[in-house]
Every structure is written in C-alpha cells, then in structure tokens.
Design a protein around this ligand. Structure first.
Ligand code: GLP
Length: 240
C-alpha cells in the first residue's frame, strides 16, 4: 500500500519531496534521480535549489522519463530543454550525468534500448519523481500500455496532446509521438514518488492508488511497487 501524504499546497509538496531527495544525495552522493517534466514536479525543483545549495552534487545522475519525438532538441519545450532549464542549470548538476531520452529521428529504433542500457549501467534509479496525466498516464505511457513495457516510441493520445498544447502555440505544434520509459522501467526504480495537484487529477489519483490494477489506467501500476509515496493536495485527494 502506498504511503499517501496530503499537503496544503504545491509548495509544501515541493518542500517534502526536496527534503527526501536532499537526504538521499547526502547518503549517496552518486544517487540516481528519476526526473519528470510537466508542471507537477516544478515545486520540487524549486525547493531543491535551497535544499541542495552547498551540497556536493557533482556525482548526482539523472534520467528523465520521456521526450517528444521529432521536436528539435533546442526547442524550448523539448524535455531536454526543460530539464536543462528547470533542473540541471538551477541545481548546478553535471549536464553529462543527466540524460533525457533521445527523440531525434535518426537511429530512433535504437534509442529506447540505449536508454535502458544507460539506466542499468548507472545501477538503476534510486528515486523516481512522477506526475500523472488526467487519463492516468505516467511518463507518456498512455492507457493500454503494458506493465512490462520498456523505453520505446509511442503515439500520444489526442487528450494528452490537448493537455500539453498550453506549452506550444497551438495543438498542431504538439508532436504526435514520444519516446518514454516503459511501465516496467518505471517499476524498476527503488522508490516512486507520485505527485498530483488540483481537482482535475483526482480521478487519476484515485484510480492509481485504489482502483483496479489495469493497463487502462497506467498509474495503477504503482500498486505493484513495494515503496511508493503519493503526495497530493486536498483537491487531488478528493476522490480517494
Ligand atoms: C506529460 C508528461 C508526464 C506528466 C503529465 C502531467 O504528459 N509526459 O510525465 O506527468 O504530462 O503533466 P502536468 O504535471 O503538467 O499536469
């Protein structure tokens, strides 16, 4: 059973998770962090600025969950750019030790396996930060994704493209495909920390935490993991 923590607001969630991450890095200077994008994890990265300032982060490694396919890596909304801007630069991490799946088209058929090999070589992810989509997706594992899936190219659903259109000028600019860690990849992390805020996430949270374990709601895969922390505000907890 996941540990559920209900916090008053995003800042409190960020502070809580940042504290956990800072303790991990203090214990293990070469900790491997599983990084997420979207708006949900931003309070964590914000709180980490103060929490990690003065800490030796030179050996910290990180792997992002996912990336758009076919978007110029230099595009401000590529997850490579987002991770650089929100995580690597403000926290002073070594950019060579932080990876984002490669969504460039050339050699795309090998990028998933290469990414899996890199995670394995790093010894696996110690703490995986997760947001959740309104349809229950984690990473970009949309409904129907196999619980055994590994990093691979997927097609984005119309719903997710609409949800993410706010980061682009229009929905037409949102790529059609992505490369994402699989549910099997995510479940291999040693500790999963799923965050969600706002009423719009309440059904996805309830399904993930206490609904049937089903690929129709990919977030429900967390019920198969022995060490999960769910950090939500009152609104996101309202359907529990
Ligand atoms: C995107 C990301 C997910 C994220 C989800 C929720 O689709 N690939 O990793 O969890 O959006 O986004 P937000 O946190 O902005 O609500």
């Amino acid at each position: 059973m996941a540990e559920i923590v209900i916090v008053p607001d995003r800042a409190a969630a960020g502070a809580l998770v940042a504290e956990e991450i800072a303790a991990l890095v203090a214990r293990r200077p070469d900790a491997v962090l599983g990084l997420a994008t979207g708006s949900t994890p931003l309070p964590v990265y914000e709180a980490l600025r103060a929490r990690l300032s003065g800490a030796d982060v030179s050996r910290v490694r990180g792997f992002a969950l996912d990336e758009y396919v076919g978007l110029d890596p230099a595009h401000p909304e590529s997850y490579r750019s987002v991770i650089a801007r929100e995580v690597v630069e403000p926290l002073g991490l070594d950019p060579d030790r932080i990876r984002v799946p490669d969504g460039t088209l050339e050699g795309i058929e090998h990028h998933g396996a290469d990414y899996e090999a890199a995670i394995a070589e790093a010894g696996g992810v110690d703490l995986q930060i997760l947001g959740v989509g309104t349809d229950g997706h984690i990473g970009f594992n949309e409904p129907g994704s196999s619980f055994a899936s590994r990093t691979r190219v997927k097609t984005l659903t119309a719903q997710t493209r609409e949800d993410n259109a706010r980061f682009f000028d229009s929905v037409d600019e949102v790529p059609m495909h992505c490369i994402t860690q699989g549910l099997g990849t995510i479940l291999d992390a040693r500790h999963l920390v799923l965050l969600a805020f706002g009423e719009g996430k309440s059904e996805a949270v309830a399904g993930a935490v206490e609904g049937p374990v089903t690929s129709s709601l990919p977030g429900s895969a967390i019920q198969l993991h022995p060490h999960v922390t769910v950090v939500v505000d009152e609104a996101a907890a309202s359907a529990l």
